[in-house]
Design a protein around this ligand. Sequence first.
Ligand code: ATP
Ligand code: MG
Length: 332
Amino acid sequence: MAMIKVENLVKTYQVIQKESGLFGYFKNLVKPKYKEFDAVKGINFSIEEGELVGYIGENGAGKSTTIKMLTGLLTPTSGEVIVNNLKPYKSRIENNKNIGAVFGQKTQLWWDLPVIESFRLIKKMYKIPEGEYRKNLKKFTEILELDELLEKQVKNLSLGQKMRCEIAAAFLHNPKIVYLDEPTIGLDVFVKENIRKFIKEINKEKNVTVILTTHDLKDIEDVCDRIILLDKGQIIYDGSKQKFKDTYGKYVIAEFTVKDKNLNINDNIRIDEIEILEETENQLKLKFKHEETTIVKVMEQISNYCKIEDIHMKEAELEDILKEIYKGAHKC
Ligand SMILES: Nc1ncnc2c1ncn2[C@@H]1O[C@H](COP(=O)(O)OP(=O)(O)OP(=O)(O)O)[C@@H](O)[C@H]1O
Ligand SMILES: [Mg+2]
């Protein structure tokens, strides 16, 4: 039995139809005309207990809208959402007991209270047994390095400090599912690493199901096994991260440092298997597929036009692949 099941899920927003000109502006203020906009267009997926899923896509793809329907904050326009056998929009209180959520820009902690008081309130609200609470608090404080923060008022915390506390708060009552909507936005690399480590450890220990949305694909590289890729309200990929890379990332990016260039390579040569991404006087960045050619052949070609001083190669990372998909280079 799936932990989360989404069937033909649609969310349509009513948006004001803009009218042009000053007259139109005032007409809109007095009697606005509405039109419908489908932010989520009939998506389907199913998530098992304990999965770590990266829910990704460009700005405005419909990720947060989906998460809000999964948490019960929004009611679907049509289709169905079942989370741990409940319809979240119908059984919000019951559903809330099973879930934790972090929305990057919003706080769930009490602004004027010290962090530890917010945690105590959460303990009361969710009726967390004393032993469980202490155990979690100890562990979370250790991994997320909260020691110095617990007595501080939430409003005085820095962004990264607050986010570590938000994450701890979301997991405190041992929820079955945690939704993290951009939990690493604006954080430094160390805090990001800290949060990734925390998610992985708690998932391993408690088998909690996690849905993570982020624009930092290192979060996904590090934490998630499965990717759901949303594009303009529709799912264009749903499967393992590895399969995604194997299917769409069969290329290598090579960066050459060169000298004594006798021709502008980009303008003068056409090598079918190689795509030249960038070219300056001393640098050459190109891309080729494993299946079509080898680095030795590529080097042979390049050395016809210049002297190669150094070379740096990397396999396509998620970020490279997604850039291509967003540009329309690959069809999922
Ligand atoms: N309350 C609303 N009323 C009207 N339109 C909305 C509303 N909320 C979101 N939208 C629109 O729905 C679309 C999807 O928004 P959503 O916030 O789900 O995107 P997202 O994938 O989370 O994007 P981001 O990566 O920027 O957070 C966007 O075009 C957005 O403008
Ligand atoms: Mg969003």
